[in-house]
Design a protein around this ligand. Structure first.
Ligand code: FAD
Ligand code: EPU
Length: 342
């Protein structure tokens, strides 16, 4: 191994994953500035071992000890790049906490990401799976991002189009996985925000709060209230949000299913496809509230798998496979995992 000194061995990853799974990293290093990251790349350590880029650890499931190098992004900084009459370009470092960044923007009156309040994790991971909630995705406000090539250490800029965003998807999950790290993300936010409250639950929540003409701070508060009522707080109960993606099917397939299951929850997706609510499919198979040992299915949200304390990653993964099998047997639908299994 070469001269890079800021590296630790046999580090517990328990504090760094919201599933609270016990796992050890063979090597671990925290990165807070570009020079340090380039030194790490130049040392060749990343080429000698497999590597895992780590943010807030809220979309990961460790199924054993990690035999390679965990590279933890802790670089900080929020910078206003430019401002016009209507919009602002604002750049945030990968290691900034996502919700803190959203709160900062909401407090400053910069609109566009308020519906994404309270999503765990860091800014640098937000484009990886194009985080989304309550009718909005990060791609809607993302202007560009800076990435670092993990071999040469060169910085390059990706436009929104170049990120090839899809539902819970981007180029960084496929072609560029293991090749580029995201260093910073620039957002184009509105100084004359228009709120997005089409998503049913937001309207109901705002009505319950007695708010008639909501601003972005109201929307943020409403989203936080809905999320707190539905999703387990990882500080109290280990989880990584939705374990599976909502599956996409074509109309022909959906029509057949709807004939057999008229109450099935689905949403139109363009002209040709529909998205099915995976939570509904899983609940219908009887899994909601299921627990075996410390691995379980959340009692309020069947799409969220939970660790009641001492579950191993492999216990959660076994449960996930059982759920996939039973949903396939009953509905003929394949559930794809959203969480990154390591
Ligand atoms: P990590 O878990 O650390 O990493 C996720 C992936 O990104 C890994 O593959 C990792 O290698 C890679 N990665 C991390 N940092 C970098 C980097 N700098 N460069 C390149 N690759 C990197 N997601 C939603 O979309 N919508 C939701 O509503 C939502 N709700 C959630 C609720 C709860 C309670 C929880 C626990 C999770 C939820 N999630 C949701 C999932 C999760 O919050 C997001 O996927 C988030 O973006 C993950 O960020 P992170 O920093 O924790 O990423
Ligand atoms: N449903 C059930 N049973 C359940 C759970 C859900 O019948 O146990 C039904 C609900 O009644 C509702 C529908 O399924 O009719 C959708 O449920 P919900 O609004 O809770 O959203 P979701 O589809 O389960 C998605 C995202 C979440 C995001 C919310 C809000 C995915 C995989 N998940 O969940 O994102 O916060 O919508 O926009 O797209 C994440 O990705 O980690 C995540 C939490």
């Amino acid at each position: 191994m070469s001269h890079y000194s800021d590296i630790k061995e046999n580090i517990s990853l328990h504090p760094f994953n919201t599933f609270h799974i016990e796992s050890k990293a063979r090597y671990y290093t925290a990165i807070s500035n570009l020079a340090q990251f380039r030194e790490l790349i130049a040392s060749g350590i990343l080429l000698e071992n497999t590597m895992l880029l780590l943010g807030g650890g809220s979309n990961l499931l460790f199924t054993g000890n990690y035999k390679g190098t965990v590279v933890h992004f802790l670089n900080k900084g929020i910078e206003i790049i430019s401002r016009s009459e209507d919009t602002i370009l604002i750049k945030a470092a990968a290691g900034e906490n996502w919700h803190e960044f959203v709160s900062y923007c909401v407090n400053e009156g910069f609109g566009g990401i308020e519906n994404l309040s309270l999503i765990p994790g860091n800014v640098g991971s937000s484009p990886i799976q194009n985080i989304g909630a309550y009718g909005v995705e990060v791609k809607d406000s993302l202007h560009s991002l800076e990435s670092i090539d993990l071999v040469s250490g060169e910085l390059s800029t990706f436009s929104r189009e170049e990120c090839r965003f899809g539902y819970r998807d981007s180029i960084f999950k496929s072609e560029l996985k293991g090749k580029k790290a995201i260093w910073s993300v620039t957002f184009e936010l509105s100084l004359k925000p228009v709120v997005h409250i089409e998503y049913g639950a937001i309207k109901d929540e705002l009505a319950a709060m007695g708010i008639q003409s909501p601003g972005i701070a109201d929307v943020s508060r409403a989203v936080c209230a809905i999320r707190k009522s539905k999703l387990p707080d990882p500080k109290l109960l280990g989880n990584a949000g939705s374990f599976f993606k909502n599956p996409t099917v074509d109309h022909k397939f959906a029509d057949k299913l709807l004939e057999a299951f008229p109450k099935m929850v689905s949403y139109p997706l363009g002209d040709e496809h529909l998205k099915l609510a995976a939570g509904w499919l899983i609940e219908q198979c009887g899994w909601k509230g299921f627990r075996e040992g410390d691995a379980g299915v959340h009692e309020n949200q069947a799409l969220v798998l939970v660790n009641y304390g001492n579950a191993k990653g492999s216990d959660i993964l076994t449960l996930a496979h059982r759920i996939q099998n039973s949903v396939y047997e009953r509905f003929g639908v394949k559930l794809e995992m959203e969480v990154n299994v390591i």
